[in-house]
Write a protein that binds this ligand. Structure first.
Ligand SMILES: Nc1ncnc2c1ncn2[C@@H]1O[C@H](COP(=O)(O)OP(=O)(O)OP(=O)(O)O)[C@@H](O)[C@H]1O
Ligand SMILES: [Mg+2]
Length: 269
């Protein structure tokens, strides 16, 4: 490993589905221990960005290096929680087993097959389940949980992997406000311990808690610390014309008010 190679170095990532570009030339670098929030409207390409970075879809153009290496060389060091889990819901798997799957990344033998998880793996999985407050559900079938509870279990699986870089696609979707605060604190604690975290989220209220914010709408509209990039102009550019239109409407209203005030004053004289 190069000593100071950043956990993420994405360069010019470009993805098109059926020749329709959805991600254009996205580049950014994330330093170790930093927490990054990726925001943008529905369909902006946020999930596509993550999938392209991880090689789950092949970018049309561009490169990514994790810790200075291509993904295949560092996969066990990266935990990924997708927005929608591809779970085989008919497969009889308990909550505890889902979390334990996080340990498999560490047990891939040279030939690519898995060693059985041991007592230490089980301890780590139990601890991770406890950290997300889901211990009481350990023996339940994953299908028998609410959406928010499932999100917590998938986060526990990522935590017990012991990865250095976490990529979480909307980990707080469908999670209640109190649990969101708990999970956020947990993730934040991991970043203070040197883990690097990328979170796709929709809650603009919490952006100031991140080290970096990436505003995406097909292209990177803005990237940097929240106090610099979370501006009205960048929000308007990211979320399309809507905010701008609102501003224009406000402006027209103000102009009309001024005109009326002017007419009223002229009439007085
Ligand atoms: N497999 C696919 N085939 C064709 N088009 C796709 C595919 N996956 C995503 N898209 C399209 O690509 C665009 C970006 O999708 P993506 O899932 O990356 O958006 P997103 O920013 O994650 O949105 P959301 O906030 O709704 O999760 C959308 O217009 C979507 O319809
Ligand atoms: Mg998405």
């Amino acid at each position: 490993m190069q000593p100071d190679a950043p956990p993420i170095d994405a360069h010019d990532l470009t993805v098109a589905y059926d020749a329709r570009p959805v991600l254009r030339s996205a580049s950014f670098t994330l330093k170790q221990g930093q927490m990054l929030s990726v925001v943008g409207p529905n369909g902006a390409g946020k999930s596509t960005l993550l999938k392209a970075m991880l090689g789950l879809i092949t970018p049309d153009y561009g490169t990514v290096r994790f810790f200075g290496k291509p993904i295949d060389a560092v996969r066990p060091r990266i935990a990924y929680v997708p927005q929608i889990e591809a779970v085989d819901w008919d497969f009889p798997i308990t909550v505890a087993e889902v979390v334990l799957m996080g340990r498999y990344a560490n047990h891939r033998g040279l030939a690519g097959w898995f060693k059985r998880p041991g007592a230490q793996d089980r301890r780590l999985a139990t601890a991770a389940l406890d950290r997300v407050g889901m211990t009481a559900f350990a023996t339940r079938h994953i299908r028998q949980l609410s959406g928010g509870q499932q999100r917590r279990v998938f986060l526990a699986r990522a935590l017990c992997q012991g990865a250095d870089l976490l990529l979480l696609d909307e980990p707080f979707a469908g999670v209640d406000t109190k649990t969101e605060a708990t999970l956020f604190a947990l993730i934040n604690e991991m970043s203070t311990q040197g883990k690097t975290v990328l979170i796709v989220n929709h809650d603009l209220q919490i952006l100031s808690k991140f080290d970096q914010v990436l505003m995406l709408n097909q292209r990177v509209v803005a990237y940097g610390p929240p106090d610099r990039v979370v501006t009205d102009d960048n929000l308007a550019a990211t979320y399309g014309g809507r905010l701008t239109l609102l501003e224009e409407a406000d402006q027209r209203l103000a102009e009309r008010r001024n005109e009326r005030a002017h007419l009223a004053r002229t009439a007085e004289h």
